[in-house]
Design a protein around this ligand. Structure first.
Ligand code: GMT
Length: 385
């Protein structure tokens, strides 16, 4: 931070999940706190990336209380209340909502309440769109009107890829006062010191790795089938990291396809760099992916990506350079690309080096985080004015 730049008081709201939006919000909070800003993170649990970091982010877990009239405990109301309490006692300059629902709604409510208080200016609201908050959940008729409203009501909106920004304009422009609505693209980022290549060249049988929350959108059963097609009659290995709704189906499938010995289900792990770096290839089989943070983390570890050409993935993985992208329904092509890299591990390593260079050049945390800080400052009155 420049000596004359004032420190900001920033409240960040996120889902406390292993998913990318919680990771990005936690890493951003830690980076901003390292730069001297006072950063508060609000959620109904501690996000895993924050839990294992020593950085000076102040965590506010707000869960609310159960009550017989409530269908489920409304964490969101407790989070909004917690933000208001903090703003009234200490003041907040910025509320940064990660994932439109419900966090942009929480932030909007807190700002509206704060606007009625005397003595302190209300915080400005920044909303970062991550993916399914626009493409699946937020676009569903049951939530679309509210999603559109909070995008419009935010003081600034960012999206993690140009593709997602365009999807937002396409899905929600009707009703925006300005058309197309102003959305700043700030890509996701990676800590290239933490996510870095291993010391040794891959040895033993060829290996692939996949990391996700095993939701339907990640299509992990399809990935297991593709891996089976690519590696029939070989000793190649697949490591699946993470947990979620499709894990049981993947286990059943691996057994049915005779892969039980070659596929390892690790469940949820924090040691991602150590798991990503030794693999010959990272697999991303999603039907929808606004960015593909897990693919970027693999690239930073020097691991090439075989992925589906969906959403914003092509903005992260350079097809033919740092990996291969195939049409989303083409399982044969996906399997063929795995086969190609397994049978030419020198080429895989070369693509891995190219991916590492791209991660360092374009997505290094240090090159991206200041763009959020600049955006926050642009919303606030200039110091001394
Ligand atoms: O949108 C989601 O389904 C959840 C979200 C998450 O928390 O994992 O994922 C999205 O945000 C990530 C971080 O910005 C992106 O890397 C993912 O591509 C995006 N997921 C989808 O678009 C499916």
């Amino acid at each position: 931070m420049e000596p004359n730049e004032s420190k900001l008081r920033i409240g960040i709201l996120c889902h406390p999940t292993y998913g990318g939006s919680g990771v990005v919000a936690s890493e951003l909070a830690l980076s901003l706190a390292d730069e001297g800003h006072r950063v508060h993170l609000f959620s109904h649990e501690v996000p895993p990336r924050l839990a294992r970091a020593p950085g000076p982010v102040e965590m506010h877990v707000a869960q609310g209380i159960p009550y017989p009239l409530f269908h489920s405990t409304p964490h969101d109301l407790a989070i909004t209340s917690s933000i208001l309490n903090l703003h009234r006692s200490e003041g907040l300059d910025i509320l940064h909502a990660h994932y439109a629902l419900p966090h942009a709604v929480n932030a909007f409510l807190a700002r509206s309440a704060a606007e009625r208080d005397k003595g302190r200016p209300a915080p400005k609201v920044v909303t970062t769109l991550h993916g399914t908050d626009i493409t699946l959940v937020g676009n569903d008729p049951s939530y679309a009107a509210l999603t559109q409203f909070v995008i419009l009501a935010s003081d600034a909106v960012t999206a993690v890829s140009e593709e997602l920004a365009q999807r937002t304009r396409d899905n929600f422009s009707n009703g925006f006062r300005e058309s197309p609505c102003r959305i700043q693209v700030i890509p996701n980022f990676v800590d290239v010191d933490l996510f870095r290549p291993g010391e040794h060249a891959p040895s033993g049988p060829p290996s692939a790795v996949h990391v996700s929350n095993f939701r339907a959108v990640k299509r992990v059963p399809w990935l297991v089938r593709a891996f089976a097609m690519a590696t029939e009659g070989t000793d190649a290995r697949l490591t699946l990291v993470g947990d979620g709704p499709d894990q049981a189906e993947c286990r059943r499938l691996a057994s049915e396809l005779g892969l039980a010995r070659r596929v390892t289900f690790l469940g949820t792990r924090d040691a991602l760099p150590e798991l990503l770096a030794p693999a010959d290839v990272f697999l991303l089989s999603s039907i929808e992916e606004s960015f593909g943070l897990s693919a970027l983390e693999a690239m930073a570890c020097g691991t090439p990506v075989v992925g589906t050409d969906v959403g914003g993935v092509a903005g992260v993985v350079d097809d033919g350079v740092s990996g291969f992208l195939v049409p989303v329904e083409d399982i044969e092509a996906f399997a063929e690309r795995i086969r190609a890299l397994f049978s030419d591990r020198a080429r895989a390593a070369e693509m891995g080096r190219a991916g590492r260079a791209i991660a360092v050049e374009r997505f290094d945390r240090r090159k991206i985080v200041h763009r959020y800080a600049d955006l926050y400052r642009s919303l606030l009155p200039a110091a001394g004015s």
